[in-house]
Design a protein around this ligand. Structure first.
Ligand code: SAM
Length: 335
């Protein structure tokens, strides 16, 4: 008896109850492997204000200091004593940017903090919403009137640095104009796995470094350099930035896996499929996984109380499978 569960994963239930998990290596299997998000699909908000200097265009070695610039933003002067209330009322038109302070101290003409002005603070406003004193909506204008705050706008010179920019803004400014900019990647533990296009290759080291800088926890970025191997389903890769340690630790559906990502197949997008197939199993079932990889079916099945027989053609996978079985304390349940 055979029940097809999905086009490329099948569970075979035999009369004597063992369950076999197999994988059909149809050419379109590779379509489940990592896809990339093109930045052109993402909304281009704030690019006016947060557009880095033109001089960074074409940069191939990351020079973070070259992204610093001073931009002029509108600001409103608020007495410190009612600051919180007024800021709350102006929330919709205030400058909103993670990492940027929107309430700042006043400065005198030399650019130094002015202690005589300590009784006031400046609230920085979004230049897309507020261009003049008349730009406030009726709600904000009424609040300002009620608190006795003058509806006057002044200009504040805001220093923006590399740290204030998103990876999208950085890469869009560096890579050739009009070409797709890709910052999408698959995350496998500490490794970000990219699939760059030809026109991005001259910038690959810089792209890798930006991905590390802007994604906490990512300490290594790799790029796929060939098509997927048809038997073992792995591929060659180049380290673009960061450490060259390829041994990833991944938690999937509550199970911990370790493996050398440069040598074995692991696709984070299969997590739901692994969970779905395992949910079909019952305690006491016998499962035979003939293409077990590093164990994403086998180990959860053993944890569920199944008796498991696992196989893989490639010794590297087999060794990591054994390692993961021990790591999850189910090695006695897997043959
Ligand atoms: C796409 S991976 C899938 C691994 C795992 N099931 C997963 O979901 O991550 C396919 C696995 O089948 C193994 N394989 C390929 N041909 C095989 C064969 N003839 N016999 C046993 N294993 C094989 C490969 O080494 C690889 O580990």
């Amino acid at each position: 008896q055979c029940r097809i569960i999905k086009d490329h994963f099948s569970v075979y239930k035999l009369p004597t109850t063992p369950l076999f998990i197999t994988r059909d290596f149809s050419p379109d299997c590779s379509s489940v492997v990592h896809s990339q998000k093109a930045m052109t699909d993402q909304p281009q908000t704030d690019l006016g204000l947060y557009k880095p200097p033109q001089t960074v265009r074409g940069m191939t070695e990351l020079d973070r200091a070259a992204f610093s610039q001073t931009v002029s933003v509108p600001a409103i002067r608020i007495p410190t004593i009612i600051l919180n209330k007024v800021v709350k009322s102006l929330k919709k038109v205030a400058l909103q940017r993670p990492g940027l302070k929107r309430v700042v101290e006043e400065h005198n003409e030399d650019g130094n903090k002015d202690s005589s002005k300590g009784e006031h603070r400046l609230l920085l406003l979004d230049p897309n919403s507020i261009t003049s004193a008349d730009s406030f909506g009726s709600e904000e204008a009424e609040a300002l009137k009620a608190y006795g705050v003058a509806q006057e706008i002044q200009k504040y010179q805001l220093k923006l640095t590399y740290e204030n920019l998103k990876s999208e803004e950085i890469l869009r400014a560096v890579l050739p104009e009009g070409q797709d900019v890709t910052s999408g990647f698959s995350r496998v533990g500490h490794i970000a796995h990219m699939n760059l296009r030809d026109h991005q290759l001259p910038y690959r080291k810089l792209i890798g470094q930006v991905i590390i800088d802007k994604n906490p926890g990512v300490t290594c970025v790799v790029n796929k350099t060939n098509t997927i191997d048809s038997t073992y389903r792995n591929f060659q890769m180049e380290v673009l930035a960061g450490e060259s340690n390829m041994v990833a630790k991944v938690r999937e559906n509550g199970v911990l896996y370790e493996f050398d990502f440069s040598l074995v197949y692991w696709n984070p997008r299969l997590s739901t499929e692994h969970e779905r197939i395992v949910s079909l199993l019952q305690r006491g079932d016998t499962v035979v996984d003939v293409f077990a990889g590093v164990g994403p079916f086998v180990i959860p099945a053993a944890r569920r109380g199944c008796e498991v027989v696992a196989n893989d053609l490639n010794l590297e996978y087999f060794c990591w499978l054994q390692h993961n079985a021990k790591l999850n304390k189910v090695d006695r349940k897997i043959t």
